[in-house]
Design a protein around this ligand. Sequence first.
Ligand code: CAP
Ligand code: MG
Length: 417
Amino acid sequence: MAGITYEDFLDLSYEPDESDLVCTFRIAPAEGMDVEAAASRVASESSNGTWAALPTGEGFTDMGATTFDIRGSDDSAEVDVAYPAGLFEPGSMPQILSCIAGNIMGMKAVDTIRLADCQWPEALVSSFAGPQFGSSVREEIFGIEEDRPILATVPKPKVGLSTDRHAEVGYEAWLGGVDLLKDDENLTDQSFNPYHDRLVESLALRDDAEDETGEKKSYLINVTADTNTMLERVDLAAEEGCEYVMVDVITTGWAAVQTVRERCEDHGIAIHAHRAMHAAFDRLENHGVSMRVLAQISRLCGVDQLHTGTAGLGKLANEDTVGINDWMRSELYGLNDVLPVASGGLHPGLIPDLLDATGTNVCVQAGGGIHGHPDGTRAGAAALRAAVDGYAAGKSLEESADDSPELATAIDEWGTE
Ligand code: CAP
Ligand code: MG
């Protein structure tokens, strides 16, 4: 029977149209499957094909994708697939992902498959809100003029601190020199530290910290929840005077992120994106969805700052932090950039290596590397601040430590690696 078959999805002479979404996949074909057969199945299953030959005819518009480049062998290859614009619902990240990162991830035709990169066409990019502020949070919220990163901290232990104690830890960190207090990912609205109490108490101490230091301080509260609850939390945060909220973007889901982004614009507040669970998608190099693509999705959906790792330093595995950060700053049809957040096992002794790799237009976040300081949170924050201020002033870490006993103690405690 005539109709759509797998062969229809492979055309190595095809040149993508500028309205196409082009995706690069890394695939390992299943045993006995040659790379062309596997690659055509990727384009088929992710657009309009299936395992059986299908009738077409009247009342049918061809939304088929085309595999147009294959680099590699039957064991492992990089494959470029072009998707026609009409396949996608503009502005719907769930619909796009159901195509390009959907059934194909479990297809038996491949042993492994990774969505490694996307080139987004203008029409699709323009259908998303994109970041409201991006890296301009540094000037717009904090008015920081020096060439230094925003400094953030998350109270530790992650959960279990009472509201009073949590707010007090934040206050100490602000006084020590941190700009931004952040909730941890698994702290939302639990009985030991309810959301609304924490919001009000933390902001009261933020105001005190601003008066005492003469610097702008901010608090980003974790609003992550089901979408309706999250919107209520955003409204409360804005009413009480937050400039930011934190959303755990992968666990909460992209549709919710898009909805929260709209509500945040109503209030003019920024979104800090935490990325718990990203490693379930991106840690295995040959399978899943790369962090690079997750960062692209985050930017389109409109977060202002996003965790992208620590350039190999610290406690967590990272995928190409610097390359991802460069992409987040790259020109994308006028869409705002995203401020990268470096976090995960950071401490003051790592600052020079970190900032050499990432530059200073970032947010640096340290939890254990502040609150684990032998002299407490305020000293830990002062140590981190001395390290970044020294870096911005062109001093070595040792020179900075000469002027900061807190930094000297941090280096004694944790070293510089
Ligand atoms: C860091 C952190 C962050 C991770 C997120 C934590 O604490 O608060 O959630 O850094 O990782 O809970 O581990 P420490 P990533 O500073 O004490 O390590 O940025 O890689 O998504
Ligand atoms: Mg955390």
